[in-house]
Design a protein around this ligand. Structure first.
Ligand code: GLA
Ligand code: ZN
Length: 683
């Protein structure tokens, strides 16, 4: 349980009473109670109110807010307010303001608009947090701390430049080593003095690609290190506050709200320092339920499957999507249960009362501009609140049960997408997601794990686009397969080391031995140009079609060992008839290679083939598209979440008798799940 002080599914969200007069607060409390809200996240953007000038602090308003909520049975997720510094600070100490990637010094405004290496920012944020912790860390209302808000702004200022040099000195020791790792002999970039090192911006090594318009770079090694350095610098801001809070009360968990597949921050590194992972889920109009599940699974994976917090979701619409669609009736409830099904222990909104002004005035909220409870959104929030309250602590602390995993690695993402070639169409998270989807649709139970996680507990691990093989990873994969693991990897894997330097001797470098193949070259064609994977005779019984489309990248593969088999061959082009999908028996396990970007149909059937061949039993059989099934387990008890994301009734077989926690009804065998409905079955 995140905090046993509040042994319910946490239900509430961001609340900004400082935007309102006190008579409104009174009305808010009435409505919160009506909606069964038990937690409010407060103080997210109040620094300028808490500290009107350099030596003046005023906590009276916050005191009142916390007391008022607590008196009324509402617990507090206490934010530290450090995502936007007060105006006076930016004016008096301009060094707190960042320089952007264009090389332009920013002036005050907006949020997360500070230099993470500014000593002044660290000093003042630390001082504020010290005062907050001193005052509230032992307050009975506080159940969790929320540091800053959605970190992520990279800075390119002089302070950062100096710190970057120090960071590099520590990392590489000598310039000789740095020159080697950054491959500076290319285009004559040799560095002779540490002070020659600059930060990578649009004024030097970063540029908008003249054809695609995407940001690109000509300094792969340097940019990769700058991402690492920025990630650590920003993390240091978080840690600065974390350490202070812990001094005052180590028992209150601390978090900061993450953003799913957010490229600038290596969230696996962050999660090591977070007591509980929390994140903000804002599905796009184009997303289907599997995209959303993928991001939940990634966030769950950051802390090896520990329950996470859904810190924010909109009850209805966002204001910042290009087209701000409204969640249709029952969809908010459905997506809330999806978060729980994927391992969350909280359902929280942005925000509780809709702002009157500012950029987010059209962002959905529990209490809308209408200001009363007679809205569809409020009714839905209230009904969900009642249901969640009845669930009590039943599912809290339970963990999602998965037998397969997909590997995700931020540094790999950075390096792969910073690479010029072979294809501008490569999108790492999308590539990983396509494999997650295939496992998900085969009902195998999927986790997303990092390269440092335990591999042994999974029957199958898929590592799509594992371009970068860092020290130790090769052995880890070999060990896993040697002992009987099933490993699948793809095109553009095993190509570079941790500095984006190619492994010489043939692709896929360190993975060549276990895959038993050599990729001589890879062709890349525009997305609309397709080839086909022709299924080989021995494998035909497992596939519904003779061939499947593939595109983007086409590896030219040689099978190097007699333990290797080709599952599929190319249908056309000069590599027609050569292998595109292979398998190698390596010791007690199997290593599969897919040398292209195959269609969804292929991946789904391929994973089905793998699960049949290696006896990885699906949790459920014959599950139609639109149905999401996950299991959470606690003390040997299994909770099966069944969600119908579609617009039609779907029938599935649930086997033996089970009871639905939401309605108390018993079910058995074939059951109908109504559109946008949810069941939580207990054996
Ligand atoms: C983010 C922020 C919130 C708010 C919402 C709007 O998640 O954390 O402060 O801006 O987006 O969707
Ligand atoms: Zn800076």
């Amino acid at each position: 349980m995140i905090n046993p002080k509040l042994p319910y599914i946490w239900y509430g969200g961001d609340y900004n009473p400082e935007q309102w007069s006190k008579d409104i607060w009174q009305e808010d409390i009435r409505l919160f109670k009506l909606a069964n809200i038990n937690i409010a996240t407060v103080n997210v953007f109040s620094w300028s109110l808490l500290q009107p000038s350099e030596d003046e602090y005023d906590f009276s308003l916050l005191d009142e807010i916390i007391e008022k909520l607590y008196e009324n049975g509402i617990y507090i997720c206490l934010a530290t307010s450090t995502a936007s510094q007060p105006h006076w600070m930016s004016v008096k100490y301009p060094e707190v303001l960042p320089v952007d990637i264009n090389g332009n010094k920013r002036s005050h405004g907006g949020r997360v608009n500070f230099c993470p290496n500014s000593k002044i920012y660290r000093y003042f944020s630390g001082k504020l947090v010290e005062k907050l912790a001193e005052r509230y860390a032992n307050h009975p209302a506080i159940v969790v701390w929320h540091i800053a808000n959605e970190y992520g702004t990279y800075c390119y200022c002089e302070t950062c430049e100096k710190e970057f040099r120090e960071w590099l000195k520590k990392k590489y020791g000598t310039l000789e080593e740095l020159n080697k790792r950054w491959y500076t002999t290319f285009w004559g970039q040799t560095i002779y003095d540490w002070n020659e090192i600059t930060v990578p911006t649009l004024r030097n090594v970063i540029f908008h690609h003249w054809i695609t318009g995407k940001l690109s770079t000509v300094a792969q090694g340097m940019v990769l290190d700058y991402y690492r350095f920025m990630n650590e610098s920003i993390l240091e801001c978080y840690l600065n506050e974390y350490r202070i809070i812990k001094k005052y009360n180590p028992n209150i968990p601390v978090t900061t709200n993450l953003m799913g597949t957010f490229k600038p921050l290596n969230y696996f590194e962050w999660a090591k320092h977070m007591d509980v992972v929390s994140w903000d889920s804002y599905p796009f109009y184009e997303d289907d339920y599997i995209n959303v599940a993928f991001r939940h699974a990634l966030m769950r994976g950051l802390k090896q499957g520990e329950p996470f917090m859904l810190m924010e979701q909109t009850p209805s619409q966002t204001n910042w999507h290009p087209y701000c669609y409204i969640k249709r009736p029952k969809v908010m409830r459905l997506l809330s249960y999806q978060a729980l099904a994927q391992g969350a222990d909280t359902v929280m909104f942005f925000q509780l009362r809709q702002s009157r002004g500012g950029p987010e005035k059209f962002h959905g909220a529990v209490i809308s501009h209408a200001g009363h409870e007679n809205t569809r959104v409020f009714r839905e929030v209230k009904e969900l609140g009642e249901e969640l309250k009845k669930l009590g602590d039943k599912i809290l602390g339970s963990k999602v049960n998965s037998q397969t995993a997909v590997l995700f690695d931020w540094e790999n993402w950075w390096a792969l997408e910073n690479s010029q070639g072979p294809s501008a169409a490569i999108n790492y998270p999308q590539g990983v997601e396509s494999y997650y989807r295939a496992l998900f649709e085969n009902q195998l139970g999927v986790d997303i794990i990092g390269i440092e996680d335990n591999f042994e507990k999974y029957k199958l691990i898929v590592a799509p686009l594992l371009y970068m093989i860092k020290p130790g990873l090769e052995e880890k994969i070999k060990n896993y397969v040697e002992k009987g693991g099933i490993f699948i990897t793809t095109t553009l894997s095993g190509i570079v080391d941790e500095n984006d330097l190619v492994y010489l001797g043939g692709y896929p470098g360190p993975l060549r031995e276990i895959l038993g193949i050599w990729v001589e070259e890879f062709d890349a064609l525009p997305p609309e140009v397709k080839n086909e994977i022709v299924i080989q005779t021995d494998y035909k019984p497992y596939f519904s079609r003779e061939s499947y489309e593939c595109n983007l990248v086409f590896d030219v593969i040689h099978m190097e060992k007699d333990t290797v088999r080709a599952i599929g061959l190319y249908k056309k082009d000069y590599y027609k008839g050569s292998p595109v999908v292979t398998v190698n028996k390596y010791r007690n396990g199997f290593a599969y290679y897919i040398g292209t970007f195959p269609s969804k149909e292929f991946l789904k059937e391929f994973i089905k083939y793998i699960s049949q061949t290696h006896k990885i039993e699906p949790l459920f059989k014959d599950v139609p598209y639109g149905i999401e099934i996950t299991q959470r387990v606690k003390d040997g008890k299994v909770f099966t979440f069944l969600l119908n994301h579609s617009e039609e009734i779907k029938t599935i077989n649930i086997g033996g008798k089970k009871k639905d926690l939401l309605t108390g009804r018993e079910y058995e065998g074939l059951i109908d799940i109504y559109p946008r409905e949810v069941l939580i079955l207990e054996d």
